[in-house]
Ligand binder design. Structure first.
Ligand SMILES: C[C@@H](NC(=O)c1ccc(Cl)c(S(N)(=O)=O)c1)c1ccccc1O
Ligand SMILES: [Zn+2]
Length: 238
């Protein structure tokens, strides 16, 4: 892996290999609730997740992702700020070395313990994820902030990981990992979910070393907020 989250290959040097890092619609961003603009034309999010779609859990070396079968429209996200329907591709988390920080988006300067990303691609307009990831309206990612404390996770269903309120902010951004493609319509839920300190510690125990290599845990895999440039964040709620 050419990039990662350490000093020699982390977010501060990604621009050396991925010039898009200094692009005009990079993610994550620092959301300032006083500067968002209520948009009456935004609709409620509408998602329908099919529980039977097979999934694999992948350790991608610096995190894990739950990859879904996206060969047909089984689990889709519609409405909200979106035109058309976006097919569920995968979900994963970003976290930090302690429960005090690890989210990628921040809200009014507040960092959360982790952040869940539920990644979807525009299956109405594009034939596959990789093509969609090259288009400005190709991806839609629901970002869910995770704060530390006690919680009872129910069984796997992405919407069971969503908080009860689906109020959201939305803005045009990018992947937060290389190649940092600027193809994402971000939908960040306002209400965080909670995870216990033990659950967060389990993330950090994930190894980023291969079998036989000296064990090294991945303590942080979150990119810091990027310049807003000439973008506006819209709110679905007053
Ligand atoms: C599993 C791996 N994430 C991806 O491969 C990935 C793929 C597509 C997208 Cl669109 C995103 S993102 N962050 O823009 O939603 C991330 C990962 C997880 C956690 C930390 C670092 C890391 O690289
Ligand atoms: Zn992510």
């Amino acid at each position: 892996q050419s990039w990662g989250y350490q000093d020699h290959n982390g977010p501060e040097v990604w621009h050396e290999l991925f010039p898009l890092a200094n692009g005009d619609r990079q993610s994550p961003i620092a959301i300032k609730s006083s500067e968002v603009k209520y948009d009456p034309f935004l609709r409620p999010l509408s998602f329908s997740y099919d529980l039977t779609s097979p999934k694999v859990i992948l350790n991608c070396g610096y995190a894990f992702s739950i990859e879904c079968d996206d060969t047909e429209d089984r689990s889709v996200l519609r409405a909200g700020p979106l035109k058309g329907s976006y097919r569920l591709r995968q979900l994963h988390f970003h976290w930090g070395p302690t429960d005090d920080y690890g989210s990628e988006h921040t809200v009014d300067g507040l960092e959360f313990a982790a952040e869940l990303h539920v990644v979807h691609w525009n299956s109405e307009k594009y034939p596959c994820f990789v093509d969609a990831a090259q288009q400005p309206d190709g991806l839609a990612i629901v970002g869910v902030l995770v704060k530390g404390s006690q919680v009872a996770f129910t069984n796997f269903d992405p919407s069971s990981l969503f908080p009860e309120s689906l109020d959201y902010w939305t803005y045009h951004g990018s992947l937060t990992v290389p190649p940092l493609l600027e193809s994402v319509i971000w939908i960040v839920l306002r209400q965080p979910i909670t995870a216990s300190s033990e659950q967060l510690a389990t993330f950090r125990s994930l190894l980023c070393s291969a079998k036989g290599e000296p064990a090294c845990c991945l303590l942080s895999n979150c990119r810091p907020p990027q310049p807003l440039r000439n973008r506006h964040v819209r709110a679905f709620f007053h």
